[in-house]
Every structure is written in structure tokens, then in C-alpha cells.
Design a protein around this ligand. Structure first.
Ligand code: MN
Length: 204
């Protein structure tokens, strides 16, 4: 197993207090250091379990194992995307420029309309989930996904450009039950340059 690569918890690309007052240091610490870390460890322990079963020739409950792996690995991937599409409010632009601005305008009519649809997707995700902006390579069009948990309603092969975590663990310390307030705060700390870079990579 020594030669196989496992998932690792990425460091945040900014200080823990960098997103204040929109996301507090305490909220960001517990979200990154505890919740995200748990998905990394969860995914790795399933990979180890699969490896051991292969070595021993044991049977597996394939259905539950793969369902859990999808949940844990999906959680790791989405959180990694989330941290890097955020930035300190002082560095964040209100709206994107570049290719992203053009693509959103073409698809949604205006940035304001996109913001409204994405906010609604985030606010209405049932239970634990995410809103995501993705890129369809077949139609060359952006599309909003409302992801349940970390892995349900994800479109295969669509490139994810931007995500917003609306699990309660993402905002409860700062906003209690008021998810729409957290969604509103999110718009003040989006790193549009990063979202544009992801779009440019997806279009290539
Ligand atoms: Mn989360």
C-alpha cells in the first residue's frame, strides 16, 4: 500500500480569520480542521479497507462501501473547491469580469439574475447540501447544480467552477438557523479570479 496515494487535507489559502466578519475564525477552524478533515480520513479509511479486503480475498458489502466512499470523497473534493473559491472581503470584487462575466450574462441574462438563482438553489437545498456553478462541455453553457449531501445530483464530467456549502456545520456558529444570511455573506467573499481560472481551464 506504500506506493498508493491517499487524500490529504489542504491548507487554507488564507489565515483562519481572513474571511471575518462573514465567516468567523471559530467557524472556519471547526469547518476545515474537524469537518473537512473527517471526510479526508473517512475516504482514506475506506480505501484502506478495500485494499485489505483485496489482499485477504474477503468479500465486501460493495453497495454500502461505495456509497460511503462517494460521500466521503465527494465531501473532500467539494470542500477543497470551496476554500479556494473564497477570499478576504477586501480582496473580493462584487462581480466577476472576463469570460465568466460573459458566460453568465449569456446564460442568465444578467449577473443579478444568476446571483438570484444561485442564492435560491443554496437556500432551498434540503437538509445538507451545496449550490454549485458548473460548466457543461457539451453545450458550452454554465449550469447551477443543487447537490444533496456531497454526491447526489452531481452531473458526471461537468466541471465545477464555484461551490457554496450550506450544511449547517458551515454557518451555525455565525448565523444559527439563518441560512439566507450566510448565503448573502458568501457573495462578499467570492474569489472571482479563481472562478474565472476554473472556467478558462474548463473551456480549453
Ligand atoms: Mn462543510
Amino acid at each position: 500500500m506504500a506506493d498508493k496515494k491517499f487524500y490529504t487535507l489542504p491548507e487554507l489559502p488564507y489565515a483562519y480569520n481572513a474571511l471575518e466578519p462573514h465567516i468567523s475564525e471559530a467557524q472556519l477552524r471547526i469547518h476545515h480542521d474537524k469537518h473537512h478533515a473527517a471526510y479526508v480520513n473517512g475516504a482514506n479509511s475506506i480505501l484502506e479497507r478495500l485494499e485489505k479486503a483485496r489482499e485477504a480475498g474477503d468479500d465486501l458489502d460493495m453497495k454500502s462501501t461505495l456509497k460511503d466512499l462517494s460521500f466521503q470523497a465527494g465531501g473532500h473534493v467539494l470542500h477543497s473547491l470551496f476554500w479556494s473559491n473564497l477570499t478576504a472581503a477586501a480582496k473580493a470584487a462584487e462581480e466577476p469580469g472576463g469570460a465568466l462575466a460573459d458566460a453568465l450574462k449569456r446564460e442568465f441574462g444578467s449577473f443579478a439574475r444568476f446571483k438570484k438563482e444561485f442564492s435560491l438553489a443554496a437556500a432551498t437545498a434540503e437538509g445538507s447540501g451545496w449550490a454549485a456553478l458548473a460548466w457543461c462541455a457539451m453545450t458550452k453553457r454554465p449550469l447551477i447544480m443543487q447537490i444533496e449531501k456531497h454526491n447526489v445530483n452531481v452531473y458526471p464530467m461537468f466541471r465545477i467552477l464555484m461551490v457554496l456549502d450550506v450544511w449547517e456545520h458551515a454557518y451555525y456558529l455565525d448565523y444559527k438557523n439563518e441560512r439566507p444570511k450566510f448565503v448573502e455573506a458568501f457573495w462578499k467573499i467570492v474569489d472571482w479570479d479563481e472562478v474565472n481560472r476554473r472556467l478558462e481551464a474548463a473551456i480549453k
